[in-house]
Each structure stands twice: as structure tokens, then as C-alpha cells.
Design a protein around this ligand. Structure first.
Ligand SMILES: NC(=O)c1ccc[n+]([C@@H]2O[C@H](COP(=O)([O-])OP(=O)(O)OC[C@H]3O[C@@H](n4cnc5c(N)ncnc54)[C@H](OP(=O)(O)O)[C@@H]3O)[C@@H](O)[C@H]2O)c1
Length: 319
């Protein structure tokens, strides 16, 4: 059994309705001791078995190790994936602080480095991780578009942008996708960016669709160790988590009523925002991958959606 497919934009590429975010296989959630590349490789191959074809990574993840992990995990099955990576955020010493770099010379070098790490001759989707405020977007985007002409990249995407930036880039080279945070507790893109994507034939890829795990109901203060990125995130302070428990309780109650898990309800709500939406939940565990895949077949009733739409805003900024 494979999951349903969706078209990214009006006539764009066809991918599994749910993708796989690979960042957590190398950093951010849990402690380093939890990470197991062999298990992550299994997750990647099982994803392809399930029809989860959009595989999302970035040069900065790791730093610089996540693309290697993903390339090795896909191995000879690379052609079954719609492989998406990113450039534009440069990890500093120790890999912690990231600075933006949109200079054309950086962009040109970045694609070659990504292809080398991924062990492939092209990526299906190349995304600008963040716009560099010190470089005109047209210069960055123009250098990215050159790589399409060179055959190193099939489609271009942007991440965390506004509609003015989208219009500027799209006038130069089609924006195939926008990747921004969208979930039951982060709804900013619904106002302008999602409608822009629909109107301009672009796909929308919600990142952190599970609220960095919180919306699944499995995260508590005691599960977040010192190495975990969430230990320093405003929505995960003990006070914020206490306040935000009301959100998870409501999601869990919808889930119980329809015989699903809270994670599946969170993904089904995101999928319900439009046919051009393909969420990329992140996991390094087979059981959660399988559970997330099953959400592609879950349809929420109008009553469920109304109830979820009415959830309170969270306590704590998203970064
Ligand atoms: N463009 C950007 O700036 C940007 C920013 C952030 C993320 N991203 C991309 O978006 C992807 C997804 O976002 P994310 O990883 O930040 O957050 P997410 O998908 O909202 O949540 C990931 C967390 O949820 C857990 N999880 C996954 N499925 C679960 C399930 N069914 N039940 C319980 N827990 C579950 C994972 O645990 P385990 O790790 O233990 O499996 C992990 O801790 C990333 O991997 C990355 O590719 C992009």
C-alpha cells in the first residue's frame, strides 16, 4: 500500500501527499546518543516503500552531514525520491549559529557541494533556506536559476518568505514551492503565502507540521534533554508547555473521537488547507514514519476542522 499523491502546484511534479523531513536524523531533537544512521537509512527506504517520495534535507543540517546521510540512505533508490535540499544558511564554528549568505558565488559553490555530499548529479528541488538581507534577492535567485539551466537542479523553491519576495523571484524564474512553518499552532502562512502559492501554481511545504513534536502529545519537560534544541525554544519552557497543554488535549480528543493519533490529526489538518500542500514531518523512527504515512488517508469532518480551527494561539514565540 502506498499513500496518495499530490501535485506541487498546477502542473508541477507529483509527489507523495506527505513527505519526510530529515533534519532530526542529524540534529535538533533528542540527544546525539539517540541518533543512529543505520536506523535513519531504514526510515528513508521505508518511506519510499510507502510512497513518501519528497525527501527534505539542507546543506546546513548536521552541519554538512545530513545530506551525506540522506544520499547514502537512498543509495540505488535515489531515482524513486523527489530529493529536496537547501542553501543559504551557513553554519558558524561548532555548527551552532547560522548566518545567511545569498551571494551568487556562494550559491554556485553550494550546489556543487550539495551534489557531492548527496552522491547525485541533480536535485529535484533546490530551496533558498533564508533570504540574505544584504544581497538583492534577484542576484541570489538568478544564480540559483543558472543551476536549472545547467541541469543540476529541476525546480527552485523559497523558505520563510513574504509575498513581495515571492513576486520578485517568480517574475524571474518560477517558484515551484514555498517551505514555511505551518501547523495547528503556527498559522501565519494561511493569511497570504498559501493563497499566493495557490494562485501562482506553487506547492506549499509546511515544515514542523507536528509543532516540533509537541502536537503529538508525546513531549514533556522530562523528555527534553540538554542537547535538545527545544530546551532553548520559547514554546518549550516549562511555563509555556503547561499553558500549551490545552492545545494538545483538544487535538487528542479529536483524535480519540475519530480513532486516530494526535500526530495524524495534526497532519490531516495541514493537508486540509489545500490540495497543493505537502507537509514534511520529521522523524528518525520507523513506527512514527508509518503512523504519519497513514495520516494521508485520514479525512477530517467539517466539525473536526471547525474545532481545530478554534484552538487557542500558543504561549511562546516559535523561535
Ligand atoms: N525551512 C526551514 O527553515 C525548516 C525549519 C525546520 C524544519 N524544516 C524541515 O521540516 C522538517 C520537519 O520539521 P521538524 O522536524 O522541525 O518538526 P516536526 O515534523 O513538527 O516534528 C518532529 C518531531 O516530532 C517527532 N515525531 C514525528 N512523528 C511523530 C509521531 N507520529 N508521534 C510522535 N512524535 C513524532 C520526531 O521525533 P523523532 O525525531 O524522535 O522521530 C521529532 O522530535 C525537518 O526535518 C526539516 O526537513 C525546515
Amino acid at each position: 500500500m502506498t499513500i496518495a499523491t499530490r501535485t506541487l502546484g498546477k502542473a508541477g511534479p507529483v509527489v507523495g501527499a506527505i513527505g519526510l523531513g530529515c533534519m532530526g536524523m542529524s540534529e535538533k531533537y533528542g540527544d546525539d546518543a539517540e541518533r543512529d544512521d543505520r536506523q535513519s537509512h531504514e526510515v528513508l527506504r521505508r518511506a519510499l516503500d510507502l510512497g513518501i517520495t519528497l525527501i527534505d534535507t539542507a546543506d546546513a543540517y548536521g552541519p554538512y552531514t545530513n545530506e551525506v546521510l540522506v544520499g547514502a540512505g537512498l543509495g540505488s533508490r535515489r531515482h524513486e525520491a523527489f530529493l529536496a535540499t537547501k542553501c543559504g544558511l551557513v553554519p558558524g564554528p561548532g555548527g551552532k549559529e547560522r548566518t545567511r549568505d545569498g551571494r551568487p558565488e556562494y550559491v554556485r559553490a553550494a550546489i556543487d557541494a550539495s551534489l557531492r555530499r548527496l552522491g547525485t548529479d541533480h536535485v529535484d528541488l533546490w530551496q533558498l533556506h533564508r533570504v540574505d538581507p544584504d544581497v538583492p534577492l534577484q542576484e541570489t535567485w538568478g544564480a540559483m536559476a543558472e543551476q536549472v539551466t545547467a541541469g543540476k537542479v529541476r525546480f527552485l523553491g523559497l523558505s520563510e518568505v513574504n509575498v513581495e519576495q515571492l513576486a520578485e523571484a517568480h517574475a524571474m524564474h518560477p517558484v515551484a514551492t514555498v517551505q514555511s512553518e505551518l501547523s495547528l499552532w503556527t498559522r501565519d502562512p494561511l493569511a497570504e503565502v498559501l493563497p499566493w502559492c495557490e494562485a501562482h501554481g506553487a506547492g506549499f511545504l509546511p515544515f514542523s507540521p507536528l509543532g516540533r513534536g509537541f502536537l503529538t502529545g508525546t513531549v514533556t519537560a522530562s523528555t527534553i534533554g540538554g542537547q535538545d534544541f527545544r530546551a532553548h525554544n520559547p514554546r518549550f519552557t516549562p511555563e509555556a508547555m503547561d499553558a500549551n497543554t490545552a492545545i494538545v488535549t483538544s487535538v487528542a480528543s479529536v483524535a480519540e473521537r475519530i480513532g486516530a493519533t494526535a500526530a495524524q490529526v495534526a497532519l490531516a489538518w495541514v493537508l486540509a488547507q489545500g490540495p497543493h500542500v505537502v507537509p514534511i514531518p520529521g522523524t528518525k523512527k520507523l513506527r512514527w514514519l508509518e503512523q504519519n504515512a497513514a495520516a494521508a488517508a485520514l479525512s477530517l469532518s467539517a466539525e473536526d476542522i471547525t474545532e481545530l480551527d478554534a484552538l487557542p494561539a500558543p504561549v511562546g514565540a516559535r523561535y
